[in-house]
Design a protein around this ligand. Structure first.
Ligand code: GUN
Length: 292
């Protein structure tokens, strides 16, 4: 079994980004700028935004956060999005999800200029991804593809089973894995809450991507000997440690790891690559690589 060290791979990519930023500063002055809109005080969202800030700082990007209370109006969010769409100093921005129930998340995401949608959640970017046109790819699927590429994991003709059909991970990764290319060219099965015999299907996977949002859901009976297992889950489990909790994924690592050829740990697997995906999209926006 080989551990996929996402933390190390992410650090290497960040080093490359940092040297590119140094060159930009030498030549032109201003580094890429990533902004974020954060509503409310959801702990997972706070953590994500804090790591995004740290990552921006570590590569030399400018980072800004627009914070709003839970009761912010949709109109106000639309105004901030319009402001960021028009601000030439901002290369890309994200609206942290989930948003409170009174806000129409789809309407908010669709207000973002696709050229600044570095989360890749706008229908234009999703549509372009499906068609294989230049697009911002959502950060977590992009991070998973980078891990498969870096580890030189064969995906062509393999059976890839994706657990979970979210717009953020399951749906886009299923499309990326089935598209022509490397990584890609897989035969993909997308499983979800209504799938029958999910254990049976998962256990046929050469590559199993768990993004189902249930701690320890994948056990050893759901994994074929020699499979590649990518764990997208991240859950806090309270314990008596100094921190008061530890993190686990959607995969029961201790029971599954022995059967795998490759497996991502939690933490330190997919998580650090998600942030890298976002930084890369911001750099692409800065360089006008996707939208001229
Ligand atoms: N909430 C959970 N994951 C994400 C993400 O990748 N982007 C945003 N904007 N919100 C999220």
């Amino acid at each position: 079994m080989k551990l996929i060290d996402g933390k190390k791979i992410a650090e290497e990519i960040k080093k490359t980004l940092a040297s590119q930023v140094a060159e930009i500063i030498d030549a032109e002055g201003d580094p890429p700028h990533l902004a974020a809109i954060l509503v409310g005080d959801d702990p997972a969202s706070q953590t994500y935004i804090a790591s995004k800030e740290r990552a921006c700082k570590s590569v030399g990007f400018t980072s800004s956060i627009y914070r709003f209370p839970d009761n912010v109006t949709q109109q106000k969010l639309m105004e901030v999005i319009d402001f960021l769409n028009d601000d030439p100093d901002v290369n890309g921005f994200i609206v942290q999800l989930p948003l409170p129930g009174h806000i129409d998340s789809n309407a908010v995401l669709q207000r973002i200029n696709p050229a600044k949608d570095v989360d890749g959640f706008h229908p234009v970017n999703i549509g372009r991804l499906v068609l294989g046109l230049p697009a911002y790819h959502p950060a977590t699927p992009a991070g998973i593809m980078m891990l498969l590429e870096q580890m030189k994991i064969e995906t062509s003709g393999k059976h890839c089973v994706v657990l979970g059909r979210s717009n953020i991970v399951g749906t886009p990764i299923s499309i990326l894995m089935s598209r022509k290319g490397t990584p890609g060219d897989s035969t993909v099965t997308l499983c979800h809450s209504k799938t029958q015999n999910i254990e049976d299907i998962a256990s046929q996977a050469d590559i199993l991507i768990a993004a189902i949002g249930k701690a320890g859901f994948v056990n050893e009976n759901m994994v074929k000997q020699g499979a590649v297992v990518i764990d997208v889950g991240i859950h806090r489990i309270n314990d008596s440690s100094e921190k008061g909790y530890h993190l686990v994924g959607d995969v029961d690592f201790d029971r599954v790891a022995g059967k795998c050829s490759f497996i991502t740990p939690v933490p330190g697997g997919v998580g650090p690559m998600t942030i890298v995906g976002l930084l890369i999209n911001t750099m692409k926006s800065f360089r006008k690589e996707i939208y001229k």
